[in-house]
Write a protein that binds this ligand. Structure first.
Ligand SMILES: C[S@@+](CC[C@H](N)C(=O)[O-])C[C@H]1O[C@@H](n2cnc3c(N)ncnc32)[C@H](O)[C@@H]1O
Length: 251
């Protein structure tokens, strides 16, 4: 949303405004050094997908169809509109690398770009995708790059939840079904799969009024003590030992 994006620009701070050692370190070592997690092979794949104008039949889930109405979609359009950007992909990869995260969960695979960034940081990842045709393409992309630590579950999120084997994950990336109610529901559910230092990451926090409301509710939860707001992503952690605080950081 334009207005809240502007608000972010005015409020976002750099290292000088951060008084939490954990968040100070996150800012300096992760945000400022995200560019170090450059992944040439993933960006090469993105280029190929952007040039692939073949159409696939998609099954639309959640609030994903704001741009297109038909149930045919070009691979190039998915690569352009649904895939994580290079900047935020590197950020996720850097988080995994810097904190040595072992297990990740992703809600919403799409073509697998975010999955690959997380996996390339060194974490095993379980990723959930509802549309069988998109999932088929994502699996082909993952195989093409030779990533073997990815477990994809195909089906509506709710039906895949019962197949999750990990009790807890180190990183949970919620990037599908961008509805207010669903986002809050996933937050509450996955708090139970989060340990004290799990990174719970929400994409598209300014995508719609509903997503902005969901994000505002999430950061008010007493169960999380650290919340970090970037322009399009929100990250929350339990970190019970810290005083509850919200940080709007330049990225
Ligand atoms: C924004 S895209 C994911 C992008 C990907 N995480 C990345 O970083 O490149 C969201 C995906 O979630 C899937 N999705 C949305 N709602 C879903 C639901 N309720 N169940 C299963 N899949 C869903 C859509 O089919 C879509 O492919």
């Amino acid at each position: 949303m334009f207005k809240s994006g502007l608000k972010y620009k005015f409020k976002a701070v750099n290292a000088h405004g951060i008084h939490s050692p954990f968040v100070f370190e996150f800012y300096n070592e992760v945000l400022k050094k995200a560019h170090l997690s450059e992944k040439k092979e993933i960006e090469k794949l993105r280029k190929q997908l952007l040039a692939d104008h073949s159409e696939i039949e998609i099954t639309d889930f959640g609030a994903g169809s704001r741009i297109h109405n038909s149930n045919k979609r070009k691979i190039s359009d998915l690569a352009k509109h649904a895939a994580i950007s290079k900047k935020y992909g590197r950020l996720l990869s850097r988080v995994v690398e810097y904190y040595d995260l072992k297990n990740a969960l992703e809600l919403g695979t799409s073509l697998g770009i975010g999955t690959l960034y997380i996996s390339s940081g060194g974490a095993d990842i379980t990723t959930l995708e509802g549309c069988p045709e998109i999932a088929r393409n994502a699996q082909a992309n993952i195989d093409k790059l030779g990533f073997t630590s990815v477990d994809m579950k195909v089906g509506e999120f709710e039906s895949s939840f019962s197949q999750l084997t990990n009790k807890e994950y180190d990183l949970i990336y919620i990037d599908g079904n961008h509805e207010e109610e669903a986002t809050i529901k996933y937050f509450e559910k996955f708090l139970n799969h989060a340990h004290n230092d799990t990174f719970l990451v929400f994409d598209d926090i300014r995508w719609s009024e509903g997503m902005e409301k969901a994000w505002q509710k999430i950061i008010q939860s007493e169960k999380i003590h650290v919340s970090i707001e970037l322009l399009r992503m929100g990250i929350v952690l339990k970190r019970k030992e810290q005083e509850k605080q919200h940080f709007i950081l330049k990225f």
